[in-house]
Design a binder for this molecule. Structure first.
Ligand code: C5P
Length: 218
């Protein structure tokens, strides 16, 4: 039970495979927050582009985005490396970012009453989507640790992919996400750095919980 603040907003930015998703899910579950993995939105658009290349235009996309809901983002096909790589490309498009902006704002600021707030993770959450978040985190890990984690995830999905391919793909994605002109990945000054390289999932969660509890219960 939260005492002082009724609605808390948690914003997390992170490079690919840093463990932000698991962390955000655990935080959301613990504090009863609406969780949105914003990367899934770009992945969904990427999947549409891969599967329906011929129809892929602004009008078609607008219609798809209108029907966007949290359930539609649970599709397992969104998890492949191919979709992730394409997502990183389409995420550079200013018009596509505009189309998905209000969906993210709705989740962040207008979560249904059964939630105590919201928790979003992505690349531009701390400074563009929820600049006034109560808690801002930049979650990262070394390149090798991230590649290993993503490799293990993809192996579970029975993806026929090697570690070196995954490493290469993550490097490419970092380059693109950090250096693009529109909504680049960055750590804002007011974000707390969480390096998950040598931490278990539980330790990461406890670290963040301590920070949140200190602010909301004191
Ligand atoms: O987080 P995930 O790896 O699923 O994101 C896929 C891609 O979507 C990222 O590489 C990034 O280019 C893009 N993305 C973004 N802004 C966000 C979330 C994801 O540009 N808020």
């Amino acid at each position: 039970m939260m005492t002082k603040k009724k609605f808390i907003k948690v914003a997390i930015d992170s490079p690919a495979a840093a463990g932000a998703g698991t962390l955000a899910k655990n935080i959301s579950k613990h504090y009863k927050l609406l969780y949105l993995d914003t990367g899934k939105i770009y992945r969904m658009i990427a999947l549409i582009k891969i599967n329906q290349k011929k129809n892929f235009n602004k009008k078609f996309l607008e219609k798809k985005i209108k029907n966007l809901n949290l359930k539609s983002l649970q599709n397992k096909k969104l998890l492949t490396d191919e979709v992730g790589a394409e997502a990183s490309l389409i995420a550079k498009d200013r018009n596509i970012r505009k189309l998905v902006h209000s969906f993210q704002i709705n989740c962040a600021y207008r979560a249904p009453k059964r939630f105590n707030g919201s928790c979003l993770d992505g690349r531009d959450i701390t400074y563009k989507i929820i600049p006034d978040a109560d808690f801002k985190f930049f979650v990262t890990a070394s390149l090798k640790v991230r590649a290993k984690r993503r490799f293990n995830e993809l192996k579970k999905l029975k993806n026929n992919i090697s570690y070196s391919e995954v490493l290469k793909s993550i490097k490419k994605r970092d380059k693109s996400d950090y250096n693009r002109r529109i909504s680049p990945l960055k750590k804002t000054e007011d974000s707390i750095l969480i390096n998950t390289s040598n931490l278990s999932k539980r330790s990461c969660f406890l670290k963040i919980k301590k920070i949140i509890d200190k602010k909301i219960y004191n």
